[in-house]
Design a protein around this ligand. Structure first.
Ligand SMILES: [Zn+2]
Length: 186
């Protein structure tokens, strides 16, 4: 079965204490809204996340016919991670685009992909790329939701219908600072 997930992640390098604080605030908020609930049916193969679909999750997803079946779907939980990690789009992977001319990221992005991702993770140094049009920016500021991102905290929704734009914006607001959305397809 195809697996989809969407992750919203804070890109800025933060202290562990800041990361824990933000993650705790978001967890409390999502529990209050009943978007998530404590996963009381934890199962490594079936429901491996700490959090599961909450009773009011329908208020934050787009209205699709199969939305109600999410609760009965394997791996339909939510992870709230506090360790800086590489969030990879897997099968969805594509280069982000220039915000000025919409061109794809330059060849250096692809050629040195493994190197700059590792440096971003190990040294908290977000790479800066320059477009052929002259525009340059840290990679997290390029446009796209199908490209790799490194950071924490991160909230990942596994196999949920699309989150509403309002809810995505709210998550980004709660994370604060610079954020990225990564849509993964395994
Ligand atoms: Zn450009």
């Amino acid at each position: 079965m195809s697996e989809f997930s969407v992750t919203v992640v804070r890109l800025d390098a933060l202290s562990d204490r800041q990361i824990q604080h933000i993650a705790a605030t978001i967890t409390t908020k999502l529990l209050e809204l009943k978007v998530i609930a404590l996963n009381n049916r934890f199962n490594e193969l079936w429901q491996p996340s700490a959090w599961m679909v909450g009773a009011e999750f329908g208020s934050v997803v787009v209205d699709v016919p199969w939305a109600d079946s999410v609760q009965a779907t394997a791996n339909s939980g939510v992870d709230i991670t506090t360790t800086r990690e590489v969030h990879h789009p897997a099968g969805n992977d594509e280069e982000p685009r220039c915000r000025q001319c919409r061109a794809s990221a330059p060849t250096d992005y692809t050629t040195f992909y493994d190197d700059w991702v590792q440096i971003w993770l190990d040294e908290s140094t977000e790479p800066v790329f320059t477009c052929t049009c002259g525009w340059d920016a840290p990679i997290g500021d390029w446009e796209g939701e199908f490209s790799v991102a490194v950071g924490a905290p991160a909230i990942t929704f596994h196999n949920w219908p699309d989150l509403t734009p309002d809810f995505l914006h709210e998550l980004q607001r709660l994370l604060g600072g610079r954020t990225a959305v990564v849509r993964t397809h395994l």
